[in-house]
Design a protein around this ligand. Structure first.
Ligand code: NAD
Length: 331
């Protein structure tokens, strides 16, 4: 029987993997550890591997996989920046991902956190916890219907986010390197990011992290924002200069931010730090603020998305074994 090992497995993935294995008459086993130069040795006697890497994979692992007779790595996420695709190809290792597992999960989360910021729910909760039940200007909200929303990156997730905000009656503007023809029905495309953000009450970013867009959202771009705007990042932490964002919050230029991703998140997410000090003053600052909603990269985390991720990765692994390739290979 074909044997597949899953690394970086969470409890919620195991039942889905076991059900898939039963249906496909494959044997699956699990490790909670990620794939490293040490754990790769656990693959002796296996036919295929799936993992959920967040940090960079050691380049020497590709050669070792080849020696062990393994032909692929099936990543259980969309991101592939942790792989050296050239090195993988050099050792005939096919890398696959799950490019689209549920764009709704992230889009719905982006809208949820924007609503929380606009309705000042964190501040209201804090007041209520202190038994301060007064109505005051600091908790007065706006209505989404009267707002302009900028969607930066109008691919799968950006388009759904735009559609949901559209349903509220908001005006949607957008920017993308490659504007989408169909989305022009509900997104007014602008010629630059600066133009898109300049009139927006909510700016929500949905583009991938690339070498070109590291700290794209910096002091100079935040200065182009409309006063009092809120900023939503469910894309990637590296796109945002977090110090510049904190300065923009302190100066009152930006009134709130929801960060589901953070540039230095890999040390902390998804780990339990309840009894450990956080050695990152920027993160400590973000966690202490009522104008910031910080979440641990969970915009994707719905039952539908997790099922699609596990099944999509295992389908890809099996396809490589049976046909020598798969639809979702990235190298
Ligand atoms: P997609 O490929 O469908 O769309 C991305 C869009 O961004 C494309 O239209 C592309 O042309 C555009 N783009 C690329 N670089 C740009 C730039 N510099 N300026 C403007 N537009 C640019 O991707 P998607 O499925 O919509 O996912 C978007 C991003 O969401 C992912 O790359 C990932 O970083 C992030 N994501 C986050 C989570 C989470 O849990 N927080 C989960 C999945 C994906």
């Amino acid at each position: 029987m074909i044997k597949i090992k899953l690394f970086g497995v969470r409890e919620d993935e195991k039942k889905i993997a076991r059900d898939w294995a039963k249906q496909n008459q494959v044997d699956v086993s699990f490790s909670e550890e990620i794939l490293t130069l040490e754990t790769v040795e656990q693959l002796k006697g296996y036919d295929a591997v799936s993992t959920q890497q967040t940090g960079r994979l050691d380049d020497r692992i590709y050669e070792r996989l080849h020696e062990l007779g393994i032909k692929q790595i099936a990543q259980r996420s969309a991101g592939i920046d942790m792989y050296n695709l050239e090195k993988a190809s050099e050792h005939q290792i096919i890398i696959s991902n799950v490019p689209s597992y549920s764009p709704n999960s992230i889009a719905e989360y982006a809208v949820t956190s924007a609503l929380q910021l606009i309705r000042k729910t964190q501040l209201i909760e804090k007041n209520v916890n202190e038994q301060d039940f007064r109505w005051k200007p600091t908790i007065m909200a706006k209505e989404i219907k009267s707002l302009e929303i900028a969607i930066i990156g109008t691919g799968r997730i950006g388009q759904i986010t735009a559609q949901i905000f559209s349903a509220f009656g908001a005006k949607i503007v957008g920017y993308d390197l490659y504007p989408n023809e169909d989305a022009k029905h509900y997104i007014e495309y602008k010629k630059s990011i600066e133009e898109a953000v300049s009139g927006a009450d909510i700016v929500s970013i949905h583009m991938p992290a690339t070498e070109d867009n590291n700290h794209l959202f910096n002091e100079s771009l935040f200065n182009q924002f409309k006063d009092d705007a809120v900023f939503i990042n469910t894309a990637r932490g590296s796109i945002v200069d977090t110090k510049a964002l904190i300065n923009a919050l302190n100066s009152g230029k930006i009134s709130g931010a929801a960060l589901d991703t953070y540039e230095n998140e890999s040390t902390y997410i998804p780990k339990d730090f309840r009894n450990t000090d956080i050695d990152d003053p920027i993160l400590v600052e973000l966690l202490s603020r009522t104008d910031v909603i910080f979440t641990p990269h969970i915009a994707f985390y719905t039952g539908t998305a997790v099922r699609n991720l596990v099944e999509g990765a295992l389908d890809a692994a099996l396809s490589v074994l049976k046909t020598g390739s798969c639809m979702t290979r990235v190298n």
